[in-house]
Design a protein around this ligand. Structure first.
Ligand code: SF4
Length: 404
């Protein structure tokens, strides 16, 4: 049998004329020798045999080889394949992720985003990590939606400091019955797009199909709605809306033509296997998320999650370690090569060399500015200096506006 390096393409090329000839119900297969000279082979079995050869080639190919050979994103990853990549020795994994990154992105560019809380606190949901849930005593006060002028002022400052994407977050469960809020937010989006030439992203909780269409009509670039963690670990973190509710909002957003910004939080007491499950859900989305935020939990006093993390034994594998953050990022880069992977909340708790390793592993975006909703953020000056030291520059607006 003639095989190319991957034992696949040449075989297909040789078989193609035969498959074309067999366009009827059956075909005559004439082997050079063997007992079944001239035997009729039903077309379906020919197709099956070609398919099973293809499957067998794919199944003998390692998951890493499969990721490396992709020229466009693959959306049918198995959990086992993702685990195989996640478990690759760390140095090799980071090296391969950096190569993958260079294949799909300009390695000198980093997207700078600034996030503004446009409606803080008083949320009815019970996300165990969140300072804005009205169920926990965290000292965060419920506020009203801020004005368009306040938003424009903050977006202008962000632009002057080099940010190209402006994100706005409101602590709401969903947009049901919030017609006036939706109108105001749509105006914020259009004005930031038109007057400042910045990309826009909002995170407002769950959206139905019509609300997603309304936001698309205002020119919204991306909608953030995180899946947070793996499907299995999710019920340990949130009970007031399901994992599938989250997926439905993401589908509504994508169907409306808005880019999906979706990722999660590491450090919610999950295991490495949950990182694999989390990535499995994201990597099987069609299309893949355009933006994939990786947050690192900042435990907030008064939330149940802080109490749970504090109670974990020191050596528990549910305590997040740097190598797990790096593995998650590098694996994401291998299996979702087009996505913009952003180091989000909790970055300020990381030392510069720890952030550097995350960039080596395939990160290419950060949130920068004064605040990340209720937690701290690294400031623009500090970030610009850091990126200059690393030889990186800010990505221009609307450079990346499609994913497949
Ligand atoms: S994470 Fe969002 S939905 Fe959950 S409590 Fe906080 S603001 Fe509400």
């Amino acid at each position: 049998m003639i095989r190319c390096k991957r034992g696949f393409k040449i075989l297909h090329f040789l078989r193609k004329p035969f498959a074309q000839e067999a366009a009827g119900a059956s075909a005559t297969f004439k082997p050079l020798n063997g007992p079944n000279l001239g035997a009729k082979i039903p077309l379906d079995s020919t197709k099956d045999s070609l398919q099973s050869e293809k499957n067998s080639n794919e199944s003998t190919q390692s998951a890493m080889e499969r990721a490396k050979s992709a020229t466009t994103p693959i959306k049918n990853w198995t959990r086992q394949q993702i685990k195989e990549i996640y478990d690759t020795p760390l140095m090799e994994l980071v090296f391969q992720a950096q190569m993958q990154h260079r294949k799909f992105h300009d390695p000198s560019e980093v997207q700078l985003c600034t996030l503004l809380s446009i409606k803080t606190g008083g949320c009815s949901e019970d996300c165990k990590y969140c300072a804005q849930s009205s169920r926990y005593d965290t000292g965060t006060k419920a506020e009203k939606l801020i004005t368009i002028d306040e938003v424009m002022k903050a977006a202008t400052i962000a632009k002057q400091n080099g940010s190209t994407r402006f994100c706005m977050g409101a602590a709401w469960r969903d947009m049901k019955g919030r017609k006036s809020g939706m109108r105001k937010i749509s105006e914020m989006v259009s004005r930031i797009n038109d007057e400042l030439g910045m990309e826009t992203c909002v995170t407002l909780g769950m959206l139905d199909a019509q609300q997603a269409k309304d936001l698309a009509a205002s020119g919204l670039t991306a909608y953030n709605h995180n899946i947070d963690t793996s499907r299995e670990h999710y019920p340990n973190v949130i009970s007031t809306r399901s994992f599938d509710d989250r997926l439905e909002t993401i589908k509504n957003v994508q169907k409306a033509g808005i880019l999906a910004c979706t990722g999660g939080i590491l450090g919610l007491g999950e295991t490495p296997d949950d990182h694999v499950g989390f990535l499995h859900t994201l990597a099987n989305m069609d299309p893949h998320p355009e933006s994939l935020p990786i947050n690192r939990l900042v435990p907030i006093a008064g939330t149940p999650m802080k109490a749970e993390i504090d109670a974990l034994p020191k050596d528990s594998n549910r305590r997040l370690k740097l190598d797990q953050v790096v593995k998650t990022i590098a694996t994401a880069r291998m299996i979702m090569p087009q996505a913009i992977i952003r180091l989000a909340a909790g970055r300020y708790t990381m030392k510069e060399h720890e952030q550097f390793i995350c960039f080596m592993a395939g990160c290419n975006a950060i949130f920068t500015g004064e605040k990340m909703l209720t937690t701290m953020c690294n400031g623009w000056d500090e970030d610009i200096k850091m990126l200059e030291t690393w030889g990186l520059k800010p990505m221009k607006s609307f450079r990346k506006h499609s994913v497949v």
